[in-house]
Design a protein around this ligand. Structure first.
Ligand SMILES: NC(=O)c1ccc[n+]([C@@H]2O[C@H](COP(=O)([O-])OP(=O)(O)OC[C@H]3O[C@@H](n4cnc5c(N)ncnc54)[C@H](O)[C@@H]3O)[C@@H](O)[C@H]2O)c1
Length: 507
């Protein structure tokens, strides 16, 4: 018996070759391209989004079967021109162009969107796309703050009978990591004692400028800003005043923990087998080694306690020593995750390669499997089967929220003398250990902690249900919960729709 694919179904449903109403997908009235390919709209394609765009260009080496580019959207004219040219070169003559994604979402010419805009737009665009009846691939991290991420998860639940939403934390499709986790769960290595995620990645100064910087005439800055506070850019590094360096400003990003770090945070939480948020979080760090426009720390240690074991996360933007580009290694990786068990440990590197060692560092097993290029293929499978198996939005929300919690403790912290920091970490072995590692690293970079004091965040209790935090000092509790990384409701026409119902909606 022939199994009918979406393509077959759409082919037989075509009436007169027009883009007519074609099929029902779990209740959704779907439309498709003439050959039944899913029609994709890309939102934001300066860098990461351009790779996505190429996935849907006929003849491109990274073309994904079953889907085709139907529309492009970017607020920057120069970026739009690059997309237009790429589509033309690929022989696509009817790709629609938009500067305003809200107009794109109204279009009947697309079935699904890929969102690769800056972080502060991810949740809002995900919700609006689902409301408009589109399927969604949203880049990591899911959100700019915990609350809006929860709204996106609730939207995915609400529309789950009609549309799918998937998050681009691509390690979720790595067979190597899945096999490594199966070994962890088998208990062969004994119980997990702790998991450490590292994001040691060079992040140079972005330069120091005075006051507001100009925005290129071709950029619609109001649309670029979306739900964030509308303020002129105050950066002007090698990437210009608008693109990419937003990562280092709280209004848009969350520093490297929410940039590169979210990938390792996701793997760390997955290895730990922790579903949801930790019981507590505490962070310390600073922006050391240079003075520039940026706000987020380039050095951060966060310790999160789960019922099963602690998760320690370390960010370093400075090199191995002053003037050096090469980064420190932690158990063989600069960017990676180590799950330490009673009888050995597993190291997952940035590439996704996963290896088990005994406690003397002798290799026990290298895990096999397809690499993480599989995630985008799994997205196409999800579009066809109408079910997300890798990259569930709720998993993205929890892992993203761990990054946010780490930043919330940091933001609620204060500059302290190094001796006070030493005191604050003295009672917890895992935290103390990470503190000493950070001190060695800063010493090698000739950072004087008397001149640039570390910021020490409070130990915050986390309420997994309300996704809020608390401290014995009410002032600290309020400061932490009022942090824009905990909750921001959006701005004017870019308010985040409240998708939670009942009493939770107010939190
Ligand atoms: N999965 C991964 O491994 C991976 C790797 C790199 C980046 N990313 C993610 O991809 C996203 C984009 O990263 P990037 O480095 O390309 O950033 P970028 O700043 O270089 O590009 C973002 C693009 O989005 C456009 N944009 C902004 N607001 C828009 C709006 N309202 N409508 C349409 N377009 C809009 C900008 O004009 C720009 O062209 C980030 O969230 C990042 O975290 C993921």
């Amino acid at each position: 018996m022939k199994t009918w694919s979406r393509k077959d179904f759409l082919k037989t449903s075509l009436v007169g070759g027009g883009a007519a109403l074609l099929a029902t997908r779990g209740g959704l009235l779907a439309q498709g391209s003439a050959n039944g390919d899913v029609r994709i709209g890309i939102i934001g394609f300066n860098a990461q989004g351009f790779g996505h765009l190429q996935n849907y260009l006929p003849g491109h080496k990274s073309k994904l079967d079953g889907a085709v580019l139907a529309a492009i959207c970017d607020v920057d004219d120069k970026v739009l021109a690059k997309g237009r040219e790429a589509a033309k070169q690929a022989g696509l003559t009817s790709v629609a162009e938009f500067k305003d994604y809200r107009k794109m979402l109204e279009s009947k010419a697309i079935d699904a969107v890929v969102i690769a805009t800056p972080n502060h737009q991810h949740s809002l665009m995900t919700i609006m796309a689902l409301q408009a009846g589109k399927d969604v691939y949203v880049e990591k991290p899911l959100s700019h703050n915990i609350w809006e991420g929860r709204q996106a998860v609730e939207a995915a639940k609400k529309y789950s009978g009609k549309n799918i939403a998937l998050i681009g934390t691509q390690n979720r499709s790595s067979e190597q990591i899945m096999n490594a986790i199966a070994t962890l769960r088998s208990g062969k290595l004994g119980k997990i004692k702790w998991v450490t995620g590292t994001c040691y990645k060079t992040r140079d100064s972005i330069g120091l400028h005075d006051g507001p910087q100009p925005v290129d005439a071709g950029i619609d800055y109001d649309l670029w800003t979306g739900p964030a506070a509308l303020t002129p850019p105050t950066r002007n590094g090698p990437k210009g005043t608008v693109h990419y360096d937003w990562h280092w400003f709280w209004n848009y990003g969350g520093g490297d923990i929410s940039n590169q770090g979210i990938h390792q945070m996701d793997v760390a939480r997955w290895m730990l087998g922790a579903q949801g948020l930790p019981k507590s979080v505490m962070s310390f760090g600073g922006r050391f080694g240079y003075r520039d426009d940026a706000e987020t720390p380039n050095t951060l240690v966060s310790v999160m306690n789960f019922d099963s074991a602690p998760l320690i996360f370390e960010v370093r933007g400075l090199g191995r020593k002053k003037g050096m580009k090469a980064m420190d290694l932690y158990r063989k990786s600069s960017v990676g995750v180590v799950a330490q068990c009673e009888h050995g440990y597993i190291n997952v590197a940035e590439t996704g390669s996963a290896v088990a060692y005994d406690n003397d560092g002798k290799k026990l097993e290298a895990f096999e499997g397809a690499d993480n290029g599989a995630h985008r293929k799994n997205w196409i499978k999800a579009l066809q089967s109408r079910k997300v198996t890798h990259g569930l939005l709720v998993e993205g929300h929890y892992s993203t929220s761990l990054c946010h919690l780490a930043n919330i403790s940091y933001l609620a912290g204060a500059e302290k003398a190094n001796v006070q920091l030493a005191d604050a970490v003295a009672s917890d072995l895992a935290t103390k250990d990470a503190y000493w590692r950070m001190l060695d690293h800063l010493k090698a970079n000739e950072v004087d902690l008397e001149a640039t004091k570390p910021i020490v965040g409070p130990l915050l209790k986390v309420d997994a249900k309300t996704e809020m935090v608390s401290h014995t000092d009410q002032i600290v509790t309020d400061a932490a919960n009022n942090s824009l990384i905990r909750k921001r409701e959006g701005r004017g026409a870019f308010k985040i729709p409240v998708m939670q119902t009942g009493s939770m909606a107010a939190s």
